[in-house]
Design a protein around this ligand. Structure first.
Ligand SMILES: Cc1cc2nc3c(=O)[nH]c(=O)nc-3n(C[C@H](O)[C@H](O)[C@H](O)COP(=O)(O)OP(=O)(O)OC[C@H]3O[C@@H](n4cnc5c(N)ncnc54)[C@H](O)[C@@H]3O)c2cc1C
Length: 454
């Protein structure tokens, strides 16, 4: 049996950040990863989607030549080349991550791990390992719906969609959360006939309602058909692809497409881990129960990232990995405030939010809120860049003028939102914004303008 101070199961953003922090604090650390360093995020999630969306954005700009004042003759749109570009970006980042782990003294083995006792793991071909502390960072996988049980060879999950080197002629996307919206935009731009079906009464249901409305309008502009409040009731394979029957409040409809992407949620990778041998408890959704230090009910066993289900985003996994490592090393750490975590969608225009939606603010603060909305079309930098679609919506507490929620749809929203996160985290009020000088012209001025109105 080999011994380490700490072992991390899973080398995604949660496990990776945790292992680096442990090694920095002189813990002899091992990552056991059954597939690739970088996990879902680098290999099958955040990075390849954003690389493809980067290409889509360039294609989008190409279609606006007249507006910008250029003509490009004989343009060929080559999705296979965009796919190769995305895979090269992934490879580069995975190699970089492997190199960093090596240079910081973290050992890595490629194998599947499971518990045989509280502090003992077994692997497929590398034998048994023991450690004082074990961090579970095994992530999640897409949810499968019983309605599609017999159609597994016809439907796509995000992994399959990312592996495709061609764009489907027509596609039904079931689920209009961040992943569904990003694929709808991507394939819509590349000319696919996209039908988006969402059970909730609006797309991006966890975002502010005004944001959902604008993104629906933008998707329709590129030809995406959007059906909200619509549930899939039946699905069958056809000669041409797939046919689904849906129902909404008033009637039922049928849709047909070459293929279907299911992006309706995720479930945790907590099975086949031998958690019962270790005595680790799960919650109702089968996610691992943890406290604010990411410690499970078993001393010395932690769970970070998607597998604990607290907020399933890559940057949260990273932050939790650091908290767990600090706790293991008994050094002062911070408590993650989940309300201050930014959430983004990388369609065009981009979407980003931090804090509460207007609906949630009304629930928590009643009439004691003020709302300000500013449009990108009134911002010089946005106009100059041809990025005038979108708005920023700020919600503050009427008395304290503290920011309760910030919602951005527009160019570089995922960059701008960090400024709002800082304001919230450090409780800088709308009145105090006067003391901060913003560059001109810049998109950031939209943040300044929207807060100065309070
Ligand atoms: C299409 C798509 C797009 C996304 N885009 C974004 C985005 O833009 N921004 C964002 O914040 N999030 C995004 N996400 C979510 C993000 O990928 C996850 O939140 C993040 O990867 C979670 O990190 P993690 O470390 O918890 O788990 P993962 O990244 O899933 O890593 C878990 C690792 O554990 C390994 N593993 C599992 N079981 C075992 C075992 N028994 N033994 C050994 N190894 C094991 C797996 O092989 C995997 O490498 C996206 C996800 C998808 C699918």
């Amino acid at each position: 049996m080999q011994r380490y101070d700490s072992i991390v199961i899973g080398g995604g953003p949660g496990g990776y950040a945790c292992a680096l922090r442990l090694a920095k604090n002189n813990k002899k650390t091992l990552i056991i990863e059954k597939s690739q360093i970088g996990g879902t995020c680098l290999n099958r999630g955040c990075i390849p989607t954003k690389a493809l969306l980067g290409s889509a954005s360039a294609v989008h700009t190409l279609s606006r030549g007249e507006e910008f004042g250029f003509t490009v003759a004989n343009t060929t749109i080559d999705y296979a080349a965009a796919h190769t570009r995305s895979r090269n970006i992934v490879l580069k980042l995975v190699k970089g991550a492997q190199k960093t782990l090596k240079s910081r003294g973290v050992d890595v083995i490629y194998d599947s791990a499971s518990f045989v006792a509280q502090k003992v793991l077994t692997t497929g071909k590398h034998g048994k390992f023991e450690a004082n502390d074990i961090v579970i960072a095994t992530g999640t996988r897409p949810i499968e719906l019983p309605i599609f049980a017999n159609l597994s060879s016809t439907i796509l999950y995000p992994d399959d969609a990312l592996a495709m080197t061609t764009v489907p002629k027509s596609v039904i996307i079931v689920g209009a959360g961040a992943i569904g919206i990003e694929f709808a935009y991507l394939w819509g731009i590349y000319g696919s006939e996209v039908t988006l079906v969402e059970m909730e009464n609006r797309i991006l249901p966890s975002f502010d309602a005004d944001v959902s409305a604008l993104i629906e309008k933008e998707l329709k502009k590129i030809g995406v058909s959007v059906y909200t409040g619509t549930k899939v009731e039946a699905a069958r394979k056809t000669k041409e692809g797939i046919n689904i029957t849906t129902a909404n409040e008033s009637d039922s409809s049928c849709f047909e497409a070459e293929t279907l992407l299911l992006s309706a949620g995720i479930r945790p990778n907590t099975y086949n881990l031998g958690l019962e041998q270790a005595g680790v408890l799960l919650n109702d959704g089968n996610y691992i129960k943890v406290n604010s230090e990411m410690l499970t009910n078993v001393p010395g066993i932690y769970a970070v990232g998607d597998v604990n289900g607290l907020l399933t985003l890559a940057h949260v996994a990273d932050a939790q990995g650091i908290v767990a490592a600090d706790s293991i090393c008994k050094i002062k750490t911070h408590t993650i405030n989940y309300l201050h975590i930014p959430k983004c969608v990388y369609c065009n225009p981009e979407v980003a939010m931090v804090g509460k939606t207007e609906e949630q603010c009304i629930q928590s603060d009643g009439n004691n809120i003020e709302v300000s909305k500013r449009y990108f079309s009134a911002n010089g930098k946005a106009l100059g860049a041809g990025e005038s679609d979108g708005f920023i919506k700020m919600i503050v507490n009427k008395n304290s003028k503290e920011l309760l929620g910030a919602h951005i749809v527009g160019a570089h929203a995922s960059e701008l939102i960090t400024q709002c996160t800082l304001l919230m985290q450090y409780e800088i009020t709308a009145e105090e914004i006067d003391s901060i000088v913003f560059p001109h012209p810049s998109l950031s001025e939209i943040i300044m303008d929207s807060l100065k109105r309070f």
